[in-house]
Design a protein around this ligand. Structure first.
Ligand code: CA
Length: 246
């Protein structure tokens, strides 16, 4: 299954691409784009960048996934079949969903950009775009959404750089597996807060992954061995926390 496109069981218009080794950012993204080739290109680039990626090829599917799953950011094409992007965006914002949304607009369509921003989009990229620009804008949106100014995440002696998926402790590079990295990245993005195990599980796997919450404990144990026993605190019955001001 790794590295392959997989058709979802309920609809052929939905697929998820995952590549285990690349899933390391602890960040989950929904791509809503009806043009299959472009959708695949985006999914491929975002997966390679270390994100867990779900794809919706029509507006109804996008609307449903955005409203029922937890995403750290959405790439939303405005021209979608069944339900257009602006309608979806308004429905999400009306429902109080605040995840960052990067809108894809037609080239030179300034009124689309204006309507997108008015409709609650956080940023936009005009088609055709350079993939690097989409990646850079997504990184900035995700960073801002988690209250970060610097791209590097710091907690005590540990520094995580999402640009190259690198973790150091006292300046020494720490080798992590993809899932260890994803767990650490999510906790670092939300440091100071107690993150329930269920939330962690939800954010480190793509939708079609066989989620096993027990494995989170295994990843936490391994991270403690590599980063120090007290680095990740267990708040009994509630979840895990990395202190904000270490
Ligand atoms: Ca379209």
């Amino acid at each position: 299954m790794n590295g392959l496109f997989r058709l979802g069981s309920e609809s052929e218009t939905y697929f998820t691409r995952r590549r285990g080794e690349a899933e390391k950012n602890g960040v989950r993204i929904l791509i809503a784009e009806d043009e299959p080739h472009l959708s695949r290109q985006l999914a491929s680039a975002l997966t390679d960048a270390g994100y867990a990626v779900d794809c919706a090829l029509d507006g109804e599917r996008a609307d449903f996934l955005g409203a029922t799953e937890s995403y750290d950011a959405v790439v939303l094409d405005l021209g979608l079949p069944k339900m257009d992007g602006l309608t979806i965006l308004r429905r999400w914002r009306d429902a109080g969903l605040s995840m960052p949304v990067l809108v894809l607009t037609a080239r030179d369509s300034w009124h689309e950009k204006v309507r997108g921003i008015d409709g609650g989009a956080d940023d936009y990229v005009a088609k055709p775009f350079q993939m690097e620009e989409v990646l850079a804008r997504l990184r900035a949106l995700i960073r801002r959404a988690s209250g970060q100014v610097s791209p590097e995440l710091r907690a005590g002696a540990v520094v995580l750089d999402p640009r190259n998926a690198r973790v150091t402790r006292d300046g020494v590079v720490v080798k992590l597996t993809s899932h260890e990295f994803r767990v650490l990245s999510y906790l670092m993005h939300h440091r100071g807060r107690v993150v329930p195990q269920s939330e962690l599980t939800e954010h480190i796997y793509a939708q079609d992954f066989d989620r096993d919450s027990n494995t989170v404990e295994v990843f936490i144990a391994r991270l403690r061995r590599k980063l120090g026993a007290s680095f990740i605190e267990t708040v009994r019955g509630l979840g895990y926390r990395i202190e904000a001001d270490r």
